[in-house]
Design a protein around this ligand. Structure first.
Ligand SMILES: CC(C)(COP(=O)(O)OP(=O)(O)OC[C@H]1O[C@@H](n2cnc3c(N)ncnc32)[C@H](O)[C@@H]1OP(=O)(O)O)[C@@H](O)C(=O)NCCC(=O)NCCS
Length: 179
């Protein structure tokens, strides 16, 4: 298994992986929505605002994780939000997701990112160091439908002093339905 930043993987392959994986787990509508989100993230986000890490087994793309920048206007810390992440349906449960998450977080840390956020299942993301936070610690770009899924971890230091907003996400995430 090879984990690398997505430079040599065509965007179309990544979009297809997200579409197929989320179609299998959540249905066709969600599959198309997440595929379109991945497409938007990969094609409209400035290079410095995106980290994409792929897991390949030989020539086959088996997993992918995307992180994009969140900007807190009155804070000089660097913040990235994780999502989406997918592991091909026929390769789930082998630990590839966990390895993608850990690899992604290590690359963010190496690049000097201060804080990683995500919005998802606290049980799953808790295994790689994410903890529930309030919107006083980090404002979200839109009103959260599931505030208990707002999670963060410091990549430098042990705590996250409150991030000074207002906050802005990249264009692909700038839609209330993703929050
Ligand atoms: C979620 C996903 C990325 C996990 O990848 P994976 O390679 O199957 O996960 P791993 O094998 O690394 O599993 C690690 C652990 O998480 C657990 N886990 C997997 N999916 C989970 C989920 N949706 N919720 C809670 N726990 C989950 C596993 O049981 C495993 O636990 P264990 O270590 O105690 O056995 C993958 O199942 C997937 O692509 N699902 C569909 C898309 C999705 O839901 N993405 C996440 C939201 S963006």
């Amino acid at each position: 298994m090879e984990f690398s930043q997505a430079v040599d993987v065509p965007a179309r392959e990544i979009v297809d992986l997200f579409t197929a994986t989320f179609t299998a787990s959540e249905g066709a509508a969600e599959g198309s929505a997440i595929g379109a989100l991945a497409d938007d993230l990969l094609t409209t986000t400035p290079d410095g605002d995106l980290f994409t890490i792929c897991a390949k087994d030989g020539a086959a793309l088996v997993g992918c994780i995307i992180f994009s920048r969140l900007t807190y206007a009155k804070d000089n810390r660097t913040v990235f939000v994780l999502g989406p992440v997918a592991v091909g349906t026929d390769r789930q449960g082998e630990g590839i997701g966990q390895r993608l998450l850990n690899r992604g977080l290590a690359e963010l840390r190496a690049a000097g990112v201060d804080v990683a956020l995500t919005y998802g299942d606290p049980g799953y993301y808790g295994k790689v160091g994410f903890r529930q936070i309030s919107e006083e610690t980090a404002a979200a770009p839109f009103k959260l439908q599931y505030p208990h899924g707002w999670l963060a971890q410091p990549l430098r230091g042990a705590e996250i002093p409150p991030l000074a907003g207002p906050v802005r996400c990249v264009a692909a995430f700038n839609k209330p339905e993703f929050w």
